[in-house]
Design a protein. Structure first.
Length: 264
């Protein structure tokens, strides 16, 4: 059974989903000989006993990356994937916006070129200087948002149209001004409740406090897992890394939200 696209928790009203989960939890937990733990699939209620079973499953299993599942008694896409298999969670790999699809291709080309700062940890380099200049920022500054702007700007030039993105090197400034520019945005809390909101081509924004943030493109969505294309980062997922990288993040790790220019 495919993931329904929302978190399933106590009080879930879809009887088909609850029954399927109970059957799968019984099989996964080996409850045949344990009446105290065994769930009754004919009962379509997600109650306290079912929540305890979900918690036990989460405590015993990991997600697709090998990380422990979050033990919250709720079935999101990562727990669903661990229960039913990764093929049961829909994957989205293409943007419906020609502009954002082109921006993703351009970002992937920069990643394939292994763009790095020169010298290391300087926020400088031929490509990095170009990103910053394009976003109207002097060389030597943090450049993750400038990388995103440069990619969208190059895509807009290819398509012979204006760049709708806010021209700024600031991640949080971008978040604040995007709606006035005509983009839509939504918080991570909304995305966790409905993973279908997150699509390739969206721009994620993280807030690290003190006015510092980080940003990049969503390239691929596998339930609650994202493949991203980012500048000014590295394999440690730092916000002050030395290059353009393709990384894997959880939606829950994006603590601010997502900006969508696909309607522009």
């Amino acid at each position: 059974m495919d993931y329904p696209g929302h978190i399933i928790k106590a009080g879930e009203r879809d009887a088909t989903i609850v029954r399927a989960l109970k059957q799968q939890l019984n099989a996964a937990l080996g409850t045949t000989a344990d009446a105290a733990l065994r769930l009754e699939p004919s009962n379509a209620t997600f109650g306290p006993k079912m929540k305890r079973a979900v918690l036990l499953f989460q405590a015993r299993n990991v997600d697709d990356t090998g990380a422990p599942l979050r033990q919250d008694g709720e079935v999101g896409s990562l727990t669903w994937s661990a229960l039913f298999g990764s093929d049961a969670v829909p994957t989205r790999t293409e943007s419906t916006s020609p502009l954002l699809a082109a921006a993703l291709r351009i970002a992937a080309e920069q990643e394939a070129r292994h763009v790095r700062e020169v010298p290391r940890n300087s926020n400088r380099g031929p490509e990095v200087d170009d990103y910053l200049q394009c976003a109207g920022c002097p060389p030597g500054n943090s450049w993750c948002c400038a990388f995103v702007y440069w990619c969208v700007n190059e895509a807009a030039k290819e398509l012979g149209r204006r760049n709708p993105m806010v021209k700024t090197p600031g991640c949080l400034d971008h978040w604040q001004r995007a709606v006035a520019r005509g983009a839509s945005r939504f918080t991570t809390a909304r995305a966790l409740g409905d993973h279908s909101l997150v699509r390739p081509g969206l721009i994620f924004v993280m807030d690290h406090g003190g006015g510092f943030g980080h940003t990049g493109f969503v390239e691929r969505v596998d339930g609650g897992m994202l493949t991203t294309l980012e500048g000014n980062t590295d394999a440690s997922k730092s916000r002050e890394g030395c290059g353009v990288y393709r990384l894997t993040r959880k939606i829950a790790d994006v603590n601010k939200g997502f900006i969508d220019y696909s309607a522009l």
